[in-house]
Ligand binder design. Structure first.
Ligand code: GLN
Length: 254
């Protein structure tokens, strides 16, 4: 009787199908995120656990969740490696307090802006350096992080008139300042403010550069960019945004 086999065959078919579907379902959607974890409070290593945390990290996790990703994988690298890593497809997005500039817009695509910053000159407390103008930087040893808008600002406005030292990370530049190897560092204002709260340093001057931060994706990855923009806009209009600001900046203004 041929029909005797129908029921077992049906059961086998169902088992195979659920097995296949089960495997498909188990495949996690992972968003691979590049950052440079030396830029508190946006991204930094938790001193206790070593885990990469910060405003940007939580923001990208909220965005990923809204888009439908199961998980976010964070890859830490030097700031000037982020754009090449996007280009090479090693990361899907880069978030690291990245200023949207015309030059970078030729290399990657940016989300809508989510934060603003200027450039601050940070000095050791009590070092007696007065800065009112770029010319006051002349003759100093100035530390910056390679490839940043701070580095570009100093190169363009001070150039040969000072000794500019480039560091792979802002933490190394800060260490050099604290230990007296250099006189000043030029860094984004929100990060400079955080440094003054944690170390014996102060802000000597602010150059108003009017920068805006964006999340970067590989040039032409419009599908992901649109999703990021939608999610980012929704988050910025929600209570989550104020909570995030409160947590990392201790107030609800940007
Ligand atoms: N906002 C600055 C830039 O884009 C610095 C960013 C950083 O050092 N993480 O160059």
């Amino acid at each position: 009787m041929r029909y005797r086999f129908l029921v077992p065959m049906f059961i086998v078919a169902v088992l195979v199908l659920t097995g296949v579907l089960g495997c498909v379902q188990k495949q996690e959607m992972v968003l691979v995120v590049g950052t440079s974890a030396d830029f508190p409070p946006f991204e930094y290593k938790d001193p206790q656990t070593g885990e990469i945390v910060g405003f940007d990290i939580e923001l990208i996790k909220l965005i990923a969740k809204k888009i439908g990703y199961d998980k976010v994988e964070i890859k830490d690298m030097d700031f000037d490696s982020l754009i090449p890593a996007l280009d090479a497809g090693q990361i899907d997005v880069a978030i690291a307090g990245i200023t949207i500039t015309d030059k970078r817009k030729q290399q990657v695509d940016f989300s809508i802006p989510y934060w603003s910053a200027d450039q601050a000159v940070v000095i050791r407390k009590g070092s007696g350096i007065t800065i009112n103008d770029v010319k006051d930087l002349y003759g100093l040893n100035i530390g910056v992080q390679s490839g940043t808008t701070g580095a570009i600002y100093v190169e363009e406005h001070v150039g040969e008139n000072a000794t500019i030292k480039e560091y792979p990370t802002y933490i190394e530049a800060l260490q050099a300042l604290i230990t007296g190897q250099i006189d000043a560092i030029v860094v984004d204002t929100p990060v400079a403010q955080r440094f003054t709260q944690q170390y014996d340093v102060e802000i000597a001057h602010v150059f108003e550069t009017g920068e805006q931060y964006g999340i970067a994706v590989k040039k032409g990855n419009t599908d992901l960019l649109n999703k990021i923009n939608d999610a980012l806009q929704q988050i910025m209009n929600s209570e989550d945004w104020n909570k995030l600001i409160e947590k990392y900046f201790g107030s609800s203004s940007s």
